[in-house]
Design a protein around this ligand. Structure first.
Ligand code: ZN
Ligand code: ZN
Length: 361
C-alpha cells in the first residue's frame, strides 16, 4: 500500500474530527488501524490527533509494527502494558475532547481510557468506516482478485461434488482449494447447505449427506491483500424440477434487475427494493428475509448496507454484494451473491456473475 494513501486517509479523518469537534480519536477497531497505518497485527491502539498519529502495541510486534507502519505513525512498543503507554501518549497529546469508537470499544475499555486522561470522552460512530466505504482503485482491484480466486476454487471443486458426499467434505475441498490458490484466510465460516438446510440463510455446514435432486448452496469467501470477496452459488445436484427452476429463475431475475439498475447516490433502501420488488411481485416477499447486500473491504460486512432500513445514500466507489434469496422451509432455498463496484455508470461486476442454473449430473 502506498504511504501517501495512508496520509490521505488520515487527512480525511482529521477533517471529520474537526467537523465533529474532536481534538483526537482513539482508534481501537483493528481493521480501522490497518486502514490508517498498514499495521496487520492483532493488538494495537492508535491515537490520531490534529497533527500526530501514534500506534501503541506490544513486544510481539516490535519488529513487524515499525516495518508495516513505516512513516504512517509513530510506533511505541510497550513490554508491560499498552494501556499504561497509551496513558503517557494521551498525557503528551492532552486532547480536551477525545473521540472513542463507540461501535468497537467495550464498556470496560472505555472505563480504562477514562482513567488514563482528563479528556472528555465522546462516543464517535463509524468515522473511519465512512471513509472505508469509498474505495480507491487498488482496493477495488484486491476485491476483484479475491473474487477471481474464489470462483476458480469453486470451479475446481464442483466436478467432484455429487450424492453421498457430506456438506463438510465439500466445504473441506473448497477451503483447501481457496488456500492453495492463495486466499489469506476464510473471511467467514464457509456455508455448504444441502436440501432442506438450504432454506437456512446462515446454515452451519453439517455432516449431512447430499442426495440427488437437492439444492446445494455454497456461500464462501477469499481474502487477498486483506480485502474480502463474498460469493454464493446455489447448484442442483441432479436435474431441476419445474418448481426448482421457477424459483431459481426468479432469484436470478431479481439479482439481474439490481445489477442493471444499482447506482451510487441511491439510498440503500432503494437499492434493496430493486431486487425485493421483483420477488415480492411474484408472491415470495416473505421468503426473502434478509437484506440485499453489504459493503465489502477489509471486513466482509462493512458500510454501506443495501437494506429496507438503510436510508443513507450509496457512495460512489463503494463495493457491495448483491445477494437476493428465496427460502422455503422444508423445501430448500436459493441465493445468488455477486460482488460489485459502484462506479459512475452503475454496478460493475467484480465477480463473474455467471449464474446460469448449474445441474450437477
Ligand atoms: Zn456470502
Ligand atoms: Zn454476503
Amino acid at each position: 500500500m502506498p504511504a501517501d494513501r495512508r496520509g490521505e486517509r488520515q487527512a480525511a479523518l482529521r477533517a471529520a474530527l474537526a467537523e465533529a469537534g474532536l481534538d483526537a480519536l482513539l482508534v481501537t477497531h483493528l481493521p480501522n488501524i490497518r486502514y490508517l497505518t498498514g499495521f496487520t497485527g492483532s493488538a494495537a491502539l492508535l491515537l490520531i490527533g490534529a497533527e500526530t498519529a501514534t500506534l501503541v502495541t506490544d513486544f510481539r510486534y516490535a519488529v513487524q509494527a515499525p516495518r508495516e507502519v513505516d512513516s504512517a505513525a509513530a510506533v511505541e512498543i510497550d513490554q508491560k502494558s499498552v494501556w499504561d503507554r497509551l496513558g503517557r501518549v494521551l498525557a503528551a497529546a492532552a486532547p480536551a475532547a477525545l473521540g472513542i469508537e463507540a461501535q468497537a470499544l467495550s464498556v470496560r475499555d472505555a472505563e480504562r481510557v477514562s482513567g488514563l486522561t482528563r479528556a472528555r470522552l465522546i462516543p464517535a460512530v463509524e468515522l473511519v468506516e465512512r471513509l472505508r466505504a469509498v474505495k480507491a482503485p487498488e482496493e477495488v482491484a484486491a476485491v476483484r482478485s479475491a473474487a477471481a480466486l474464489a470462483q476458480a476454487a469453486l470451479e475446481e471443486v464442483l466436478p467432484a461434488v455429487g450424492p453421498g458426499l457430506s456438506e463438510l467434505e465439500v466445504a473441506a475441498a473448497l477451503e483447501g482449494a481457496l488456500r492453495r490458490r492463495g486466499s489469506e484466510w476464510h473471511p467467514f465460516p464457509t456455508i455448504v447447505a444441502s436440501g432442506p438446510r438450504a432454506a437456512l440463510p446462515h446454515a452451519r455446514t453439517s455432516a449431512r449427506e447430499i442426495a440427488a435432486g437437492e439444492w446445494l448452496l455454497l456461500d464462501f469467501g477469499a481474502q487477498v491483500d486483506g480485502y474480502c470477496a463474498d460469493l454464493t452459488r446455489t447448484v442442483l445436484v441432479g436435474r431441476a424440477d419445474e418448481r426448482q427452476r421457477t424459483v431459481y429463475e426468479l432469484v436470478r431475475d431479481a439479482q439481474r434487475r439490481a445489477l442493471d439498475h444499482l447506482r451510487p447516490g441511491m439510498t440503500g433502501r432503494e437499492g434493496d427494493a430493486l431486487a425485493r420488488d421483483v420477488i415480492a411481485a411474484r408472491g415470495f416477499g416473505d421468503a426473502f428475509g434478509h437484506s440485499l447486500g453489504h459493503g465489502l473491504g477489509l471486513e466482509v460486512h462493512e458500510a454501506p448496507r443495501l437494506a429496507p432500513t438503510a436510508e443513507a445514500a450509496l457512495p460512489l466507489n463503494a463495493v457491495v454484494t448483491v445477494e437476493p434469496g428465496i427460502y422455503l422451509p422444508g423445501w430448500g432455498g436459493v441465493r445468488l451473491e455477486d460482488d460489485v463496484h459502484l462506479g459512475p455508470d452503475g454496478a460493475e461486476l467484480l465477480s463473474d456473475g455467471r449464474t446460469d442454473l448449474l445441474e450437477l449430473t
